[in-house]
Design a protein. Structure first.
Length: 196
């Protein structure tokens, strides 16, 4: 009787240790993808901070392009708001879809601005504009790397939560599937052209 009791308690202890290990592993990978999104957020904020400077530099030269400048500013504001919502909860698939849509809109507006800048040789030669273009190009590369790191972390998390036996714990404790930052439109797949 005593052996059966110790065997039963031993099995319970092993199950408890397995559950703790699995739960802790899920928490670890979930925190990694949230941290990875924070890095995306930092780079997007960097881009959002550059855009007003770009618009201000272009304003003096592009008096006839007010619609383009206004579209860039509005798209930046929408994207910054969507990024703030996504940063509050990177596990919310709707927030990530909003962010993707806003980024698509902003990318299009930025592309139109860069095409418009081509028509203004003095603006293209402006030192501030050249510096901002270089900084924006560097930021676009950083965003791409941060998105890749985020998607890698999400893949690790989703794989961990789907594998047996941690999938049982994921279901019990409500670990939901994380969404990738995917490019949904062909226009967004093309990088913003910032060099002349």
């Amino acid at each position: 009787m005593l052996i059966a009791l110790f065997t039963f308690l031993g099995i319970l202890v092993l199950l408890a240790l397995w559950a703790m290990g699995g739960y802790n592993a899920l928490i670890t990978v979930r925190n990694r993808y949230k941290n990875a999104f924070a890095q995306v957020d930092v780079q997007l904020q960097r881009r959002y901070d550059l855009i007003p400077n770009l618009v201000e530099t272009a304003k003096g030269y592009m008096a006839h392009e007010k619609e383009t400048l206004q579209a860039v500013t509005e798209a930046r504001n929408v994207a910054a708001g969507a990024c703030k919502n996504a940063a509050a909860d990177p596990s919310n698939p709707n927030a990530l879809k909003e962010l993707n849509a806003a980024e698509t809109q902003m990318g299009g507006a930025l592309s139109r601005l860069m095409v418009s800048v081509e028509a203004y040789p003095d603006l293209k030669a402006n030192q501030n504009m050249m510096m901002l273009q270089e900084e924006l190009g560097s930021t676009e590369n950083r965003i791409a790397f941060a998105r890749q790191a985020f998607n890698d972390a999400v893949t690790v998390y989703n794989t961990k939560r789907e594998l047996f036996p941690t999938n049982i714990l994921a279901g019990i404790f409500g670990f939901k599937e994380a969404q990738l930052l995917e490019i949904e439109s062909p226009e967004q797949r093309q990088a913003v052209k910032v060099s002349f």
